[in-house]
Design a protein around this ligand. Structure first.
Ligand SMILES: [Zn+2]
Length: 471
């Protein structure tokens, strides 16, 4: 056996972390409202003997646990927020919400936080046993889905003395994340018009709802003239009311604007603002806007990536059984061929035999593939050398943000993949802890990729976490 010294520590500590993951799965809470979830994380940190700092960066659902003395600081980043509308019974392979319309863990963040804390606990126990100097931290970060908590935490200096950051995301094929993610901003446009009887005196009304619709038309024309990677999407938060016979005096639309880098995203955001102003001009309404949250693009770290890949190569894929594969096959039946093919493509794999679960890993020489979406891990990656892992938790082809992902969140494959991710992360964290040369190379790599301009927060000056807007 080619064992890393951290793997026995992961194995010894793992049972409580399955329980923690299941507990968070059962109390799905969204964006900055993760009260029960953070309480469960605080309780576990205290049980494991970490020194706990609550209300990190002034956010009452952010927490940090630290252990060890002196030496470098190695941080594991966890999350525990859920998504609205993705309630689903565990293990049921057809849409079947626990509570219709309620929240659900459709992005696997119950597993995410739990594995990160398991990795931190394993490193903590190894530090104690081996007498190695160094501090290990677990950061419980809320509101990854739309709240950009880590961008606010970075701005507040929560990671200033961290040497290396390590995290992961649940998925279906195990890999080191080498590509980037998109920068984004989440912005609300509020239009104010004038109400009137829609039949009796329509000429006296000025419709805020019309402004929202005209803004959509303008944005749709703009799409032809945007950079390829850019994405714009929207949700009408307030259509003004349910009465067609009233000219709607008030309407609000939320946009997400994404581009390859934060500066490009900010340029696109200004163009979106111009379209909103044009819609207001056309409808004789007034528009105001508010940026709720914004994140940067992710920066890869080559030395840390190589260290993580070496540990993944050594560990191999999770050990799934025939029972696990039969379980996953039931979920694959709810997916299309296109879903399954996309999962392979998203990892740079073109030719691969179709399998229900990954019994392989993505090799070091696989091509770099962009993540497509956004993550607030990106802002940490600009200020601390950061590496991220894709776990193998779901039937191959399972989309994140789907009922299928919620349903599989407590399953045997999900938990095996969670422990597997913790093993990869803990080994990489311990390697960085005891190898000053690896830390130095990781810092040099980051400095080179960031360039002379340095990190500029994509958040507008004075922005505060959008706790009220997300409730
Ligand atoms: Zn996620």
């Amino acid at each position: 056996m080619n064992e890393h010294p951290l793997w026995t520590h992961v194995d010894e500590a793992k049972d409580r972390f399955k329980a923690l993951s299941d507990r968070v799965w059962a109390t799905p809470e969204t964006c900055y409202a993760e009260k029960a979830s953070v309480a469960a994380h605080v309780e576990e940190l205290q049980h494991q003997g970490f020194r706990v700092t609550e209300n990190l960066a002034g956010i009452d659902t952010a927490v940090m646990g630290e252990a060890g003395e002196g030496g470098p600081v190695i941080a594991f980043l966890g999350e525990f927020d859920a998504l609205a509308g993705l309630s689903q019974e565990a293990d049921v392979a057809e849409p079947s919400p626990v509570t219709k319309g309620a929240n659900g863990h459709g992005c696997g963040h119950n597993l995410l936080g739990s594995a990160a804390m398991l990795a931190a606990t394993a490193v903590k126990n190894w530090l104690e046993e081996s007498g190695t100097p160094g501090r290990v931290r677990y950061y419980g970060c809320p509101a990854e889905e739309g709240g950009a908590a880590k961008a606010f935490m970075v701005r507040d200096g929560a990671f200033d003395d961290v040497d290396i950051a390590i995290t992961w995301h649940p998925g279906s094929i195990p890999a080191v994340v080498k590509g980037s993610s998109l920068a984004n901003a989440r912005i609300d446009f509020t239009f104010e018009g004038r109400a009137a009887h829609a039949a009796g005196a329509p000429h006296l009304g000025r419709s805020a709802l019309d402004a929202v619709e005209l803004m959509s038309v303008g944005i749709n024309y703009m799409r032809e003239h945007m950079p390829d990677e850019a994405r714009i999407h929207y949700a009408i938060i307030d259509g003004g009311g349910i009465s067609p016979n009233v000219v709607q005096a008030h309407a609000k639309v939320r946009y997400v604007v994404r581009a390859a880098t934060a500066p490009e995203m900010l340029v696109l955001l200004e163009r979106v603002r111009k379209v909103a102003a044009g819609a207001a001009l056309m409808t004789e309404t007034k528009v105001t806007d508010k940026v709720l949250a914004a994140v940067s693009n992710l920066i890869y770290n080559a030395p840390l990536g190589a260290a993580m890949q070496a540990n993944l190569d050594r560990l191999g894929p999770p050990q799934f059984t025939d029972i696990d594969r039969a379980y996953a096959a039931r979920f694959q039946e709810t997916l299309t061929e296109e879903d399954i093919l996309a999962a392979y493509r998203s990892m740079g794999i073109v030719e691969e035999e179709r399998k229900p679960l990954a019994d392989f890993i993505v090799p070091a020489d696989s091509p770099e593939v962009e993540m497509g979406g956004s993550t607030d891990v990106a802002d940490v990656s600009w200020v601390v050398p950061t590496i991220q892992f894709w776990g193998a938790n779901h039937a191959i082809g399972t989309q994140l943000h789907s009922w299928q992902a919620t349903a599989q969140g407590k399953s045997a494959p999900a938990i095996k993949g969670m422990v597997h991710a913790a093993a990869v992360m803990a080994a990489t964290g311990a390697d960085a802890m005891r190898d000053p040369d690896l830390r130095a190379r990781a810092k040099e790599d980051l400095a080179r990729r960031v360039g002379p301009k340095g990190y500029v927060s994509p958040l507008p000056e004075g922005a505060v976490p959008p706790i009220a807007e997300m409730a």
